[in-house]
Design a protein around this ligand. Structure first.
Ligand SMILES: Cc1cc2nc3c(=O)[nH]c(=O)nc-3n(C[C@H](O)[C@H](O)[C@H](O)COP(=O)(O)OP(=O)(O)OC[C@H]3O[C@@H](n4cnc5c(N)ncnc54)[C@H](O)[C@@H]3O)c2cc1C
Ligand SMILES: NC(=O)C1=CN([C@@H]2O[C@H](COP(=O)(O)OP(=O)(O)OC[C@H]3O[C@@H](n4cnc5c(N)ncnc54)[C@H](OP(=O)(O)O)[C@@H]3O)[C@@H](O)[C@H]2O)C=CC1
Ligand SMILES: O=C(O)C(=O)Cc1c[nH]c2ccccc12
Length: 422
């Protein structure tokens, strides 16, 4: 591991090492971690990024399916200070997005410490510093990073949600969470139950159809399905534009009217709409509407069956639904969502985060805690929300870092806080 003057090992033992970081410690090298790092680099502030995986943007590299594309136009998905290449399409593919993020990291000279899984982080009142313990995934080494600022950038998708459904553990066929799904190829000819009808459940069901599998999709609740584009214009872009002039309820009214013209009544196909409009649900509750990329046509054609909630699975390979119907199935794909893991590693007394691992204060106020704690990318607003957070966090840390650096220079070049030994 390379050492720079900003990261000085304080003491080494066989299994534990202490590293002083003259700048923020960023946890997570996804788009949020990269965005805040780039914004800090721009302001001349040093940092360390700790990443549990072996690459940047591990969600996109290891935990997404082959056919995935950004579902918002690229101008809403780029990170601060570096837009997508002009040659990239309006909706970059997963691969193009990864290439963009790799070049982003290279452009800003960002080299995260990979295979470093943060297990705990707490603020040590005695020295006024954050103490962040990471385990090097390859071996038994534990490294403690110590610094004045901590940025949580581990994302809203750090852990898969696996529901507890009776009989699921005994079910004889394959059970996969969508984060391990790559393509429908391996399911050709199989009857597959897709649990969940968010963007993942809908697109995986479509992918299964395209690979000659037979999906049934569980829809247990209401859901907003919108066309990805309305008459050639991104629905999201239209929503953002209208929101500049009109109240949210009116924006929703217009979007729902246009969606009805393009898609027809989704209720006819078992996709009941929530009472609250799609943009209100997204901005107030973080519930993303489905931006349809072709699944609805397959539902209309009967190639994707919409079914109600699951009551229980049977070991023999069938499933009972809440309406009493029994389906024979070969495999289950859980498209049941994700959650934050912040509560599992961050101990904080001032409670920037709720017990669910997301900031308590709603956007745009959830980015700053006390004692040098920050959050980037927990806004429920995708990549644009992460970029907004990142710029604010970098500005704030940069001011504090410059002030501390000036003070240190005044006191003497080598002045450093006293750090207790482990
Ligand atoms: C399938 C999918 C598609 C999406 N598509 C879009 C889209 O088109 N447009 C849009 O705006 N948003 C989209 N989103 C929203 C999504 O939130 C962003 O795309 C984005 O990846 C979030 O970036 P992030 O850095 O906050 O989190 P992540 O990308 O999840 O990155 C967090 C990083 O932190 C690391 N990490 C976690 N815990 C630890 C730990 N304890 N120690 C060290 N490292 C840790 C992880 O390994 C990961 O690399 C999508 C989400 C999903 C799941
Ligand atoms: N760029 C793109 O094209 C894509 C973007 N994404 C994004 O990734 C994020 C995650 O999306 P996604 O993976 O779809 O997760 P979501 O959290 O959006 O959806 C989870 C789905 O699972 C359902 N569910 C959860 N538990 C159960 C259960 N026990 N029984 C039945 N249904 C259940 C939920 O239903 P309920 O509403 O009733 O809780 C919901 O329909 C979103 O922000 C999404 O926009 C995802 C895929 C593609
Ligand atoms: O894909 C996601 O998770 C997003 O959060 C992107 C997004 C932000 N605001 C929206 C409004 C409607 C549809 C998608 C999004």
């Amino acid at each position: 591991m390379g050492r720079t003057a900003d990261q000085i090992p304080l003491f080494d033992s066989l299994s534990r090492k202490c590293v002083w970081v003259n700048g923020p410690i960023i946890v997570g090298a996804g788009p949020s971690g990269l965005a805040v790092a780039a914004s800090l680099r721009d302001r001349g502030v040093p940092f360390v990024i700790l990443e549990r995986s072996d690459c940047i943007a591990s969600l996109w590299q290891h935990r997404t399916y082959d056919r995935l594309k950004l579902h918002l136009p690229k101008q809403f998905c780029h990170l601060p200070r570096l837009p997508f290449a002009a040659g990239d399409p309006k909706y970059p593919t997963r691969k193009q997005f990864i290439v963009y993020l790799e070049s982003y990291a290279k452009h800003f000279g960002i080299s995260p410490r990979f295979n470093h899984s943060v297990r705990s982080a707490w603020f040590d009142e005695t020295c006024g510093l954050w103490r962040v313990r990471a385990v090097a995934v390859s071996g038994s080494t534990e490294v403690e990073y110590i610094g004045r600022w901590l940025v949580a950038a581990t994302g809203e998708n750090a852990m898969k949600v696996v529901p507890e459904i009776e009989g699921l553990a005994e079910f004889r066929g394959s059970v996969t969470h969508v984060c391990d799904y790559k393509s429908g190829e391996v399911f050709a000819g199989k009857r597959v139950l897709v649990v969940g009808c968010g963007n993942s459940g809908m697109e995986v069901s479509l992918d299964l159809c395209d690979h000659s599998a037979h999906p049934s999709m569980v829809v247990r609740n209401s859901v907003h399905v919108l066309p990805r584009e309305i008459y050639g214009r991104s629905t999201f872009e239209l929503g953002v534009l209208l929101m500049k002039w009109l109240p949210l309820w009116l924006v929703d009214f217009i979007i729902l009217l246009l969606s009805w013209l393009v898609l027809g009544k989704t209720e006819k196909y078992g996709l009941r709409r929530p009472r609250t409009g799609p943009m209100q649900l997204k901005t107030r509750h973080g519930r993303t509407p489905v931006l349809d990329s072709g699944a609805l046509d397959k539902i209309k054609a009967g190639e994707i069956a919409v079914v109600p909630a699951v009551k229980r699975f049977f070991a023999a390979g069938n499933v009972e639904l809440v309406n009493g119907e029994i389906l024979e199935i070969d495999a289950v794909i859980l498209a049941t969502g994700y959650r934050s893991n912040v509560a599992s590693w961050l101990q904080e007394s001032d409670q920037l985060f709720s017990k669910d691992g997301v900031p308590k204060k709603p956007f745009p106020n959830g980015w700053k805690g006390r004692s040098g704690l920050y959050a980037v990318g927990f806004t429920g607003r995708g990549l644009a929300g992460a970029s907004t957070d990142a710029v604010k966090v970098a500005e704030d840390i940069s001011e504090a870092w410059k002030e501390e650096t000036r003070q240190q220079k005044r006191v003497g070049a080598c002045h450093r806080r006293c750090i207790s030994q482990l």
